[in-house]
Design a binder for this molecule. Structure first.
Ligand code: NG1
Length: 401
C-alpha cells in the first residue's frame, strides 16, 4: 500500500469502524485543444493527469450512501440512492455523488449504497475536472459493488447527462476521458456516438499546467456564463442553418460536413449579429484545429501543435470571451520563455493554462512562470499544486483492497 492509501484506510476506519474493501482511482484531466466544442457535438483532445481522486468504500446492506473526505473543508454527507434524489444546496460537493447515484438508479433497480472516504490531489475549481472525477468514481463504485456490467461508451454517455444534475449543461469530454484514457496518450474524443481514439504523446513533449489562481467555480456566475455560451452556440447554429436553406440541420457536424468552412463562415457573417458570429466562428475553427492538432501530434510536429494551441487561446479570448487577465498573462510568459504554444484549458473564466514545451525548455518555462507570475501572488498552498508538468495517465479503475 502507498502512504496515501494507508492514510485513506486509517481515515476510513476512524469514520466507519471497519476497513474499506474497494478502492477507485479516477484521474483529473487537462484539455489540450478543442474547447467548448464537446457540447456542440464536435471533437476534443484531452489527456488524463497523474493527479487523481481516490474513493475507498465498503458496501452497505441498504441504499444509503455515506461519504466523507480527508479534506475537512468537505463535510460528511449522506443520502439514499434512488431515481429522484433531491439535491443538496448548490455548490455542495455531495451533489456530484448524488448525480451518479440518481442516473444509475434510473437505469438499475434496488442498488445498494456504500460508506466512502475520499482523498483527492486534483486542484479544485481549476478546470482540471476534479468534480467529474468524484462523480465517475462514485458511479464506478456503485456499479462494482452491485455487480452491474455496462460498456464504457454507454457509461460515458450516461454520465455526461448525469452531470447536468448539478446545473451545468456540459458536454461529454470529462466523463469520457476519465474512464477512457490510455497511459502515455492524449485522446481524440468524438461525439454522437461517443468514440475515443488514443494518440501517443511524443516522448519529448511536455505539457506544463499553470493555475491562474482564479477559481472557476461552477456553482455561481461561472455556471450562468457557461450555460449562456451553450445557448448562444445553439442559437447561432439555428440561424446559420436557416440561412443556408437547411433549417433541418440541427448539428454542427451536419452543417460542417455539407459546406466548406470558408463558405460556412461567410454565410455566418451575413446571417449573425456580432456576438453570435464570434461564438460560431470559435466553435467551427476550434473543431478544425482539433483535427489539425491530431495530425501534428501523430507527426511529432511540436511547433505546429503549439501554434494551434495559441490560436485556440486567441479564439477563446477574442471570440468566445472566456479568458481573463491572469490566463492571458500566463500564456504570454510561457510563450516568451520558450513554450511552443499555450492556451487556457477547460471552460475558462479562471482555472489553468496548459503550455507545450520541448523537454529541453521545460525548466526555463517553469522558472519564468514562477518568477514572473507566482512570486508576487498569494498561492494559498504549495507551488507544486499550481504549477506542474502533466503526465499523460490512464483512466479510472476499481480494485479490491
Ligand atoms: P471544466 O470547466 O474544465 O470542468 C467544462 C465542461 C466540459 C467542456 C469544457 C469546455 C463540465 C463537467 N465540463 O469543463 O464538458 O464543455 O467546460 O470545453 O461541464
Amino acid at each position: 500500500m502507498t502512504d496515501r492509501t494507508t492514510f485513506l484506510q486509517n481515515a476510513f476506519a476512524k469514520e466507519y469502524g471497519d476497513p474499506g474493501t474497494h478502492l477507485v482511482r479516477a484521474p483529473g484531466r487537462v484539455n489540450l485543444i478543442g474547447e467548448h466544442t464537446d457540447y456542440n457535438g464536435l471533437p476534443v483532445m484531452p489527456m488524463a493527469l497523474q493527479r487523481d481522486l481516490m474513493l475507498l468504500c465498503r458496501t452497505r446492506p441498504d441504499s444509503m450512501v455515506c461519504i466523507a473526505n480527508v479534506d475537512l473543508q468537505f463535510e460528511p454527507c449522506s443520502f439514499q440512492v434512488g431515481p429522484k434524489i433531491p439535491p443538496f444546496e448548490p455548490g455542495d460537493w455531495g451533489n456530484y455523488v448524488k448525480a451518479a447515484g440518481q442516473a444509475l438508479a434510473q437505469q438499475y433497480t434496488s442498488l445498494r449504497g456504500f460508506d466512502a472516504m475520499v482523498s483527492s490531489n486534483i486542484p479544485i475549481a481549476a478546470g482540471l475536472s476534479s468534480s467529474t472525477a468524484l462523480m465517475m468514481a462514485s458511479a464506478l463504485m456503485i456499479l462494482d459493488l452491485n455487480d452491474v456490467a455496462i460498456s464504457a461508451p454507454q457509461l460515458m454517455e450516461l454520465m455526461a447527462s448525469a452531470e447536468h444534475y448539478v446545473g451545468t449543461r456540459g458536454g461529454g469530454m470529462d466523463q469520457a476521458i476519465c474512464i477512457g484514457a490510455q497511459p502515455r496518450s492524449a485522446s481524440r474524443i468524438d461525439f454522437n456516438p461517443m468514440r475515443i481514439t488514443p494518440i501517443p504523446v511524443p516522448s519529448n513533449w511536455r505539457f506544463v499546467i499553470a493555475s491562474s489562481l482564479v477559481r472557476a467555480e461552477k456553482s455561481s456566475a461561472v455556471r450562468e456564463a457557461y450555460n449562456s455560451r451553450t445557448r448562444e452556440c445553439k442559437e447561432a447554429l439555428g440561424v446559420v442553418a436557416a440561412s443556408l436553406g437547411s433549417p433541418e440541420a440541427t448539428s454542427y457536424t451536419g452543417v460542417m460536413s455539407g459546406v466548406p468552412a470558408e463558405d460556412l463562415l461567410e454565410a455566418a457573417e451575413q446571417a449573425l449579429d456580432a456576438t453570435l458570429l464570434k461564438r460560431f466562428r470559435h466553435v467551427v475553427t476550434e473543431a478544425l484545429r482539433v483535427t489539425m492538432a491530431e495530425r501534428a501530434m501523430r507527426g511529432d510536429d511540436l511547433d505546429d501543435y503549439g501554434r494551434l494551441m495559441s490560436e485556440s487561446h486567441m479564439s477563446l479570448r477574442d471570440d468566445f470571451a472566456v479568458s481573463c487577465e491572469e490566463l492571458d498573462r500566463l500564456t504570454e510568459i510561457a510563450i516568451k520563455s520558450g513554450a511552443r504554444g499555450a492556451r487556457l484549458s477547460g471552460a475558462g473564466f479562471g482555472g489553468c493554462i496548459v503550455a507545450l514545451c520541448g523537454a529541453d525548455d521545460v525548466d526555463h518555462v517553469i522558472d519564468a512562470l514562477e518568477t514572473e507570475f507566482y512570486s508576487t501572488r498569494e498561492l494559498g498552498g504549495d507551488l507544486a499544486d499550481v504549477l506542474f508538468v502533466a503526465e499523460p495517465s490512464k483512466g479510472a479503475s476499481v480494485m479490491e483492497v
